[in-house]
Design a protein around this ligand. Structure first.
Ligand code: UFG
Length: 334
């Protein structure tokens, strides 16, 4: 298929581009490089350095490349920042998606797979979380992703644009080649921050809260390997291509690991003692988030290959050893 990937220079988008190309699809990327990197872009893809909020540009890209489906990653995704600057999130995430959907309707492109988040759920009492529970986002980021999902729903009814919304839990790890991986500036995610210690870039990892209602008092999360996550996107694309109805799926491993367990696993992987210091709770963190992904397994036929969190950390470690300073905006070497 001819697939447009928005945000194809970002962490998750770049892995999706590579998987699509490896499977014989033709890939066009739109990325404004606000958080993505040229170095992450696969040279086999066609790249447009532009913004999804530019209707005319998006329209001409859709038409000139005979795009048949869109995979939409372009969005801001920092929970903390979204609380300080919510309108930035509404502008890029909600308005950007509105422009993209407008252009798709105009260009007769009627399939979209898009990245949503566990943040749409907010704090929930019952674990694992299924897609049926009432969404109660507790931050502006999650609220904008939920608004994007709802926009898709109404666009489907009005314009017959079919969508699959994929609600990610904690995405982690890197491509098995070690050539692309998670590179954020600033970094806020647990695994890359832990790995900065053995890389000599940080003296210790802070544990945000040790008095949660969990067995060791630290927060529990569901870590899903990036390549498993991406394989669900390919399945979702095939699902839409077969003419199925719009749908929403959780993507997680179904396994919960505490922050302390993650630090311990990283010690085992890196052979470094990784000092940890107890710190205050981070605002807005729910005690535990674990996905039920049964629906994706059943409906999409999704198969996960990574079952041990040490393997997820090991793949991230390989990438960070290859790119100690993270990605830069240089052209890709491979
Ligand atoms: N943590 C620490 N120390 C750190 C960094 C993180 O203890 O230095 C803890 C956090 O408090 C949290 C856990 O590690 O308990 C995981 O934190 P991350 O920032 O890696 O991930 P989050 O669970 O906060 O966020 C993820 C995605 C978001 C998404 C959210 C949904 O990164 O995009 O899940 O809840 F919105």
């Amino acid at each position: 298929m001819n697939v447009l990937v928005t945000g194809g220079a970002g962490y998750i988008g770049s892995h999706c581009v590579r998987a699509l190309l490896d499977q014989g699809h033709t890939v066009t990327i739109i990325d404004n490089l606000s958080t993505g990197y040229l170095q992450a872009i696969d040279s086999r893809a066609k790249f447009y350095n532009t913004d999804i909020r530019k209707f005319d540009k998006v329209m001409s890209i859709l038409i000139n490349n005979n795009i048949e489906a869109v995979i939409h990653f372009a969005a801001f995704s920092l929970v903390g920042e979204s609380m300080h600057n919510p309108l930035k999130y509404y502008d890029n995430n909600v308005y950007g998606t509105k422009v993209l959907l407008d252009a798709m309707a105009e260009a007769n492109v009627n399939k979209i797979v898009f990245s949503s988040t566990a943040a749409v759920y907010g704090a929930q009492d019952v674990m694992p979380i299924t897609e049926e529970v009432l969404e109660t986002p507790s931050n502006a980021y999650g609220e904008t992703k939920l608004a994007m999902e709802k926009m898709m729903k109404w666009s489907d009814i009005a314009n017959d644009t079919k969508y699959v919304a994929l609600r990610y839990f904690n995405v982690a790890g890197a491509h098995h080649s070690g050539e692309i991986g998670e590179s954020h500036n600033p970094e806020t995610h647990l695994i890359p921050l832990i790995l900065q210690v053995p890389l000599g870039k940080r003296e210790f990892i802070s544990i945000f809260g040790t008095d949660y209602d969990t067995p060791d008092g630290t927060c529990i999360r569901d870590y899903i390997h990036i390549e498993d996550l991406i394989s669900a996107h390919i399945k979702a694309l095939e699902y839409l291509d077969k003419g199925n109805e719009s749908n929403t799926f959780n993507l997680g491993s179904g396994l919960g690991y505490s922050v302390l367990e993650m630090v311990e696993a990283a010690r085992a992987v890196t052979g470094h003692d990784i000092p940890a210091k107890l710190a205050e709770r981070r605002a807005g963190d729910p005690a535990r988030l674990i996905a039920s992904s049964d629906k994706a397994v059943k409906v999409l036929g999704w198969v996960r290959n990574y079952t041990d969190v040490k393997d997820i950390i090991a793949s991230a470690w390989t990438f960070h050893l290859n790119f100690k300073e993270g990605f830069k905006n240089d052209k890709h070497k491979y």
